[in-house]
Design a protein around this ligand. Structure first.
Ligand code: ADP
Ligand code: MG
Length: 631
């Protein structure tokens, strides 16, 4: 085989393979070009879901006749000039290969007129072969029409789905772009029938309402936060509105739709305790930041980006939502919508929502009283505080993601970050897992054995995790970093629960009340050796409060009077983590195993060792080879 250069046509086809997967990909590229051209009105029409025809008409700046050919040429762009520009991309496109790619695999007509030109010009491309440029009548702006996508790439053409399915993808693409830019008019039609006709009012809530209905739009909560030069703003849905998957999480980076696992994590984490297991929050959020703080050149379609300060954004999102949900009472929360600077705020509507929710909460209390009366003598009924419509989550399983360690970093009040002392290092003899287990879960294979061990491999070793020990360590690290920023979340009891203790226990509890409070365990003396629990750690919400308190007694008692507060706090955290972790014997779903192993990095460099037991055993391949006498 001789080495030879590929023809430009083949290079374009390969590039097309990466960027152009289906009609919706063409719609995305053409719409983005129109946005980059400063259009205020963008009309997208497709025929047969885009399998026959895709046309995008814009009123943007247009392309000069002399540059039409260049626009269809690979690696020709007006958007970046040098390598430095690559690290401060302010436009949606910049690779300069979309039009060339599309032209390579379709029959394309490009018609355009630049604002300063008296007339328009036109060029055609058939399977990458360009026609000469000729004049044509055209308004200022650009029209690109793409027919018979993949007519010359049979495998791709065959790979197209039904018109209805392709139209579904086109609609989703259209939605993502139109949602991000509420100031632009967008129209979408299929087979000449209008599907969306959106006027660019600039009001985000209106646009959301057009796509997803008034009912949802009326139940959105405005959130906003600035951290340095990163601005987070947008809407999240009231917890009464959720979805069975995360498809309704529209995250935008500088108005570019993105998917980001870390931010999705933060969202779920923020809603923890507010949604039932298996339900996902709904959100429409934009992160605005200087372009140089993010690398958008990591994915051909740019749907994934790489933040330089991912941890900061994670913490910002999480703490902004938490603050909104947890430290504000419902009334204030609803009124908080007036912060919406886009003017989408509607007082009447906020009042209506508030009344509705207060009514709902009252009904809940009334129902609770009936139940309580009926169950007289039984265990005290618990619920979240009366005014908030929350459903408790079952917490001990991995039914929710955990924040990366230090996820709330950057939001911790100065001087508090060292609230928990770093216990002494070492002593456990644990292997450094980071060195052993490759990062990234894509290649991760693992099996659960005996419902207690997770067996997996790294490049050079066989690794066995103890599922309980691993989860306990992860939770512990989690709690520790969270605690550095703020007290742990409390689940309040509607009716405080009295617990009878031994005299020494009662004394210890009362003495360490403040420390317990930081962990979300709220207790007060109640006369004699009885204490009253008014709230307890939300992450243990599925256990009886008295049992949780008893779990914490041991560290309290052994701590004694002189115990350093930090060491005590640490012991209590271990007790909570142990209690909340999955147990040996728990059968795990594949997603739970993946989630657990994905978070193992949290314990990589930890010097802690809750019960002095190892979290993982590592058998190097060398060692195995030796034992099997292969060497
Ligand atoms: P990129 O968007 O990455 O620059 P494209 O292949 O999508 O690459 O487009 C190439 C060039 O053609 C753009 O840089 C821009 O100058 C021009 N162009 C494409 N579409 C339009 C449009 N709708 N209006 C004005 N100029 C356009
Ligand atoms: Mg482009």
């Amino acid at each position: 085989m001789r080495i030879h250069r590929l023809s430009q046509a083949l290079i374009n086809k390969i590039a097309a393979g990466e960027v152009i997967e289906r009609p919706a990909s063409v719609v995305k590229e053409l719409m983005e070009n129109a946005v980059d051209a400063g259009a205020t009105r963008i009309h997208v029409s497709v025929g047969a879901g885009g399998t026959d025809m895709i046309r995008v008409v814009d009123n943007g700046c247009g392309i000069a006749a002399g540059e039409l050919e260049l626009a269809l040429t690979a690696h020709a762009t007006s958007k970046i000039h040098d390598a430095d520009d690559l690290f401060r991309v302010g436009t949606l496109g910049f690779r300069g290969e979309a039009l060339a790619s599309i032209a390579e695999v379709s029959q394309l007509v490009l018609r355009s007129r630049a604002a300063d030109q008296p007339e328009g010009a036109q060029i055609e491309a058939t399977g990458g072969r360009l026609s000469t440029v000729g004049p044509c009548g055209a308004p200022v702006g650009t029209t690109i029409e793409v027919r018979n996508l993949f007519y010359n790439v049979p495998v791709r053409r065959k790979g197209l789905r039904t018109a209805a399915t392709e139209l579904g993808h086109v609609k989703e693409t259209f939605t993502r772009i139109a949602l991000a830019l509420p100031q632009i008019d967008f129209v979408l039609s299929n087979n000449d029938r209008p599907i969306f006709d959106l006027s660019g009012t600039g009001r985000w809530r209106d646009r959301i309402a057009t796509f997803f209905g008034r009912e949802l739009a009326d139940n959105l909560i405005w959130v906003e936060n600035t951290d340095g030069d990163v601005q987070l703003s947008g809407y999240v849905a009231h917890p009464s509105h959720s979805r069975a998957n995360n498809q309704m999480q529209y995250l935008f980076l500088n108005c570019r739709y993105i998917r980001d696992r870390s931010l999705q994590h933060a969202l779920r984490e923020a809603y923890r305790g507010l949604l039932l297991a298996g339900r996902f929050p709904i959100a429409f959020l934009n992160l605005a930041m200087p372009p140089e703080d993010v690398d958008v050149n990591v994915h051909p379609t740019k749907i994934e980006v790489r933040f330089h300060n991912a941890g900061q954004h994670y913490g910002q999102l999480l703490s902004t939502l938490r603050t909104k949900f947890l430290s504000t009472d419902l009334h204030v929360r609803v009124r908080g919508e007036s912060e919406d600077p886009t003017g989408a705020h509607d007082d009447d509507q906020a009042d209506r929502l508030r009344d509705e929710l207060v009514g709902w909460a009252k009904g809940k209390v009334a129902q609770w009283e009936v139940d309580a009366a009926e169950e007289l003598g039984e265990e005290v009924q618990r619920t979240f505080d009366a005014s908030e419509p929350r459903e408790p989550l079952s917490i001990t399983r991995l039914d929710r993601p955990w924040a990366p360690a230090g996820g709330t970093r950057g939001t911790a009040p100065a001087g508090h970050s060292d609230a928990v002392a770093e216990p002494d290092a070492g002593g456990c003899g644990e292997p450094n897992l980071a060195a052993r287990v490759p990062a990234g879960s894509a290649s991760l294979r693992a099996v659960q054995l005996h419902n207690r061990y997770l067996v997996t491999e790294s490049d050079d070793a066989l690794v066995i995790f103890d599922q309980h020990a691993l989860h306990e360590r992860i939770l512990y690290e989690q709690l520790r970093s969270r605690l550095a920023a703020s007290p742990l979340e409390t689940q309040s009891l509607l009716v405080p629960e009295p617990v009878d203790l031994a005299p020494a226990e009662a004394a210890a509890v009362v003495e360490h009340r403040d420390t317990l409070g930081r962990l979300g365990m709220n207790v007060e003396p109640f006369g004699g050796d009885t204490v009253l629990i008014s709230g307890y750690p939300a992450m243990l919400a599925n256990l009886p409060p008295a049992e949780v308190l008893r779990e914490l007694l041991e560290p309290l008692l052994t701590a004694g009077r002189e115990a350093a507060r930090d060491a005590l706090l640490d012991d209590l955290l271990h007790a909570i983590a142990c209690k909340a972790a999955i147990k040996a014997g728990d059968r795990l779903a594949p997603e739970e195993i993946t989630s657990l192993l994905e978070q193992r990095h949290l314990v990589d460099n930890a010097h802690h060792c809750p019960h002095g037991r190892p979290t993982a055993l590592v058998f190097t391949r060398e060692e195995l080879d030796k034992r099997f006498k292969r060497t």
